[in-house]
Write a new protein. Structure first.
Lengths: 397, 445
């Protein structure tokens, strides 16, 4: 004990000059930039505000989707049947959901993520879909009992798309499938098929609407607060950085899904034997793969730039500006605008005909989105010190 | 010099170091197992160290088994039980685990391996150990001074080279990457509106540089040792609070104990003072001295080797590992591998994520030798698919310390024709000439 006291006294005595030096160097009387937050009429953005705004944006978009999901369910339960009305309602729902795709933070995201609840896959499982599985369900009327217990590749928006837009009589199931070998698919009359498609789609739409309700409830029931109160006492995000990481990880949808899955595969740049691989395109039946990418870019802009009209409002761009990285913010926005321009430059109404008629235009879109994701993967994590999900110890120690 | 190195010293301090070191290894192993990192850090695809491709790869269960063994070995070392075998095995097992995948490299893991290797040649079980209890003949009244010297040299090397690594314009003139890291943590309770102040980043940068470069001297000098240790504890506590650097702070604080007087545990626990025994002086053959000197030369040469490559090591990474360049860069990269078949003209774009975990991808994207390894792997996969001899190019961009991302590797070079080695890699493009980003809090629109 004597030694400890002696060491402490010696340490304190020897520390005084160092502490004074530290005070002089480390604690300036006036913090530079402290007043800068109001000099141009704006307000300095901090991570907390970005989380608040981002959370509000995700919730408002979830509500927007919920509204379209209700309309879709209503259209599919209306009498008399109107495939046209139902298709219009489907397009509206998908337009909204494809914006949500880039907002997979918390409940919508994979359960492997912090706060993840896998709701996204319940609503839209693509590319985990199976036409044959849906046709088997159509024959067995598996949708009549509890559709929620069906595998995700048999329900959700992807199933509804098939049921509303595929009108052919052929099945995708192989000869070994019970519905082919047993002749049950072939036995369905066109009227049977149509009636079943309608009933199946209606059941799936109810399930989607319930999932949309669940998503909104999760956000309103506490997740929004969880996101905005990140810190040591938070059950999900122990640091604010972890919450910001979750928000920024959602933006990586443009890389992992748009670039690497929606574009790269049909273009023949991966997983494709003879390019173009049209069968690997999203939206095989509603022909809206181009519209989906457009909505994805819109979702990206809402989180990155802001959720208000013309993408005004707090976003990552403001955070970058507030820390002094305005040039980077401008570059990221410019890259996003270029990607939108590349999409607009595709003259065909959908990517399917474009891949056949003007493959170069789709490749240009791929390159533009790659340029976006390069900035997203390099400069933005550097400047904001974002970390990869579930990162372990630092790489520099 | 040899005589001083053989001078008898109180074994107490080194025994304490043995105990703490062993327990730290055990705690680290338990931590790895408890967090499930054996699964996350040892993915199916693994990057190997140049020259160590022969290291046997293990299944994930095998890795788990090694961590269990490591934990037991740590306990054995702490207790001084079968010490010589235990510490040698600890060195082998710990190093093996590190050699399994380069993307797991951390400086403090390397330090643990080196310390274990040094300890394997020291009689640290010859006092206060179960070995002595089992075999009293093993007991030594004193340990030779060289044991302490060598450990001090090893730990001092870490600090000094970590300091020298900060002797560059990014760190000292632009306070980067510290400014980035501190700004990102400006919401920490009690730190609001402090960590994003540039002056704080500069103070921290210079403070860190001066601390690393000089603290071994203050630890060696008896008059300043106490305060230096307090500063060591404070410094590492601050880095532990601010950054996700795992066990590093604890290992460094523990390692700093080797600078204390050899009798400090006796004083702490109020034990009888150490009396130099009459016949305690040992002898050492000349070759042992040569080995010790050679070790020290190697430990100085390895971190300095990067200067043979010229350029900025933070960019080209040649000579980065084993050089104690601790927390000196914020670097992120994006790599797409472009595979081309000269036969058919077909081109594929391969995302590293198809083969790597995100931890591996992040490490690989900024380290040319790892990019080269994965390029070869991808080439082999394509060959196995029947595509024949394909070309593999890397479309790689990297941002260093917040600079605009810049092309990292020559995209025209077919990496399948390149081999890893100690020769400078000509296909790494020059480092950016621009200055790192300046972060300063300001208004948004």
């Amino acid at each position: 004990m004597t030694l400890i006291i002696k060491i402490t006294i010696t340490a304190v005595r020897q520390s005084v000059p160092l502490l004074v030096l530290a005070a002089l160097v480390g604690c300036p009387a006036q913090k530079p930039g402290a007043d800068a937050g109001v000099d141009d009429g704006g307000t300095a953005m901090n991570r907390s505000q970005v989380l608040t705004a981002g959370g509000a944006c995700v919730l408002s978009q979830a509500k927007a989707f919920q509204t379209t999901a209700v309309a879709l369910e209503r259209a599919l339960k209306a009498t008399p049947r109107s495939f046209e009305n139902a298709r219009t309602a489907f397009h509206a729902a998908m337009d909204a959901w494809q914006i949500d795709e880039v907002m997979q933070v918390g409940p919508a995201s994979s359960s492997a993520n912090l706060g993840g609840g896998d709701i996204r896959d319940q609503i839209y499982s693509w590319p985990l879909t199976s036409r044959c599985a849906m046709e088997e369900t159509l024959v067995s009327k598996g949708y009549e009992t509890d559709i929620a217990v069906q595998l995700i590749n048999r329900r959700g928006l992807a199933a509804i798309e098939y049921l509303l837009f595929y009108e052919g009589a052929a099945t995708a199931c192989p000869a070994g499938s019970p519905i082919v070998s047993g002749g049950t698919w072939a036995a369905l009359t066109p009227a049977d098929r149509e009636a079943r498609r309608w009933a199946y789609a209606a059941a799936a739409a109810t399930d989607v609407r319930l999932r949309a309700d669940g998503l909104v409830q999760k956000w309103e029931g506490g997740f929004q607060e969880t996101l905005t109160t990140a810190g040591p006492s938070n059950a999900v995000y122990k640091t604010q950085l972890a919450a910001i990481n979750a928000m920024s990880n959602a933006l990586f949808y443009v890389e992992h899904d748009v670039k690497d899955v929606k574009l790269s595969r049909p273009l023949g740049l991966r997983d494709c034997t003879t390019p173009p691989c049209l069968e690997l395109l999203e939206s095989q039946y509603a022909a809206r793969s181009k519209a989906n990418v457009k909505a994805n870019l819109e979702g990206f802009r809402r989180i990155f730039e802001g959720c208000g009209p013309n993408h005004q409002g707090p976003g990552f761009d403001d955070l970058l500006i507030s820390v002094g990285a305005e040039a980077l913010s401008t570059r990221m926005v410019a890259a996003t605008v270029k990607a939108e321009e590349a999409l607009t430059a595709i003259e065909e109404p959908d990517l399917n005909p474009a891949l056949t008629a003007d493959l170069a235009s789709v490749r240009a879109l791929y390159d533009a989105i790659k340029a976006m994701s390069d900035i997203l993967k390099t400069e933005i994590p550097s400047v904001l010190d974002l970390e990869i999900p579930n990162s372990l110890e630092g790489d520099n120690d | 010099m040899t005589e001083q190195g053989l001078a008898p010293k109180d074994p107490a301090a080194l025994v304490a170091f043995r105990v703490v070191f062993g327990l730290l290894v055990t705690v680290s192993s338990v931590r790895f197992l408890a967090y499930g990192w054996t699964h996350e850090l040892f993915a199916p695809y693994r990057f190997t160290y140049w020259g160590f491709g022969w290291v046997p790869q293990l299944s994930q269960d095998g890795v788990k088994g090694l961590f269990v063994l490591l934990g037991l070995l740590g306990l054995a070392v702490a207790a001084g039980l079968f010490y010589r075998v235990a510490i040698a095995a600890l060195f082998v097992v710990f190093s093996w685990l590190q050699l399994i995948d380069v993307s797991n490299y951390l400086n403090h893991y390397y330090l643990v391996s080196l310390l274990a290797l040094l300890m394997a040649f020291m009689p640290l079980n010859a006092a206060f150990s179960l070995d002595v209890w089992r075999q009293p003949a093993l007991r030594l009244e004193a340990f030779p001074a060289w044991c302490t010297w060598l450990l001090r040299f090893q730990v001092g090397t870490v600090y000094v080279f970590a300091g020298l690594a900060k002797l560059n314009s990014d760190w000292l003139l632009h306070a980067q990457p510290l400014s980035i890291w501190l700004t990102a943590r400006s919401a920490l309770p009690g730190m609001e509106h402090l960590l994003d102040v540039r002056a704080v980043a500069f103070a921290a940068a210079w403070g860190g540089f001066l601390f690393d470069s000089t603290v071994p001297l203050f630890l060696i000098w008896k008059r300043t040792r106490a305060v230096a240790f307090v500063v060591v504890v404070g410094f590492h506590a601050a880095t532990w609070l601010l950054f996700p650097i795992g066990m590093f702070p604890i290992i460094m604080v523990t390692s700093a104990l080797v600078f204390f007087d050899s009798s400090w545990p006796r004083t702490l626990f109020r034990r009888a003072a150490f009396v130099v025994p009459e016949a305690a002086k040992s002898s050492a053959p000349r070759w042992a001295v040569v080995i010790v000197v050679a070790w020290c030369v190697v430990q100085l040469a390895v971190p300095l080797r990067t200067h043979l490559y010229g350029g900025d090591v933070s960019w080209h990474e040649q000579g980065m590992r084993f050089s104690w360049r601790v927390m000196t860069r914020e670097k992120n990269g994006s790599v797409t591998f472009v595979v081309r078949s000269p036969k058919t003209g077909r081109e594929w774009h391969v995302s590293p994520g198809q083969y790597l975990t995100r931890v591996q991808e992040r490490e690989m994207a900024v380290q040319p030798d790892l990019i080269l390894q994965l390029a070869h792997h991808i080439g082999e996969v394509w060959r196995a698919k029947g595509e024949g001899d394909v070309e593999v190019h890397a479309d790689a961009v990297v941002s260093l310390n917040g600079r605009p991302a810049q092309v990292f590797l020559d995209p025209t070079v077919d990496l399948m024709r390149e081999r890893d080695g100690l020769i400078a890699k000509k296909w790494i493009l020059p480092a950016p000439m621009t200055e790192p980003i300046v972060l300063e809090r300001r208004a948004s629109r």
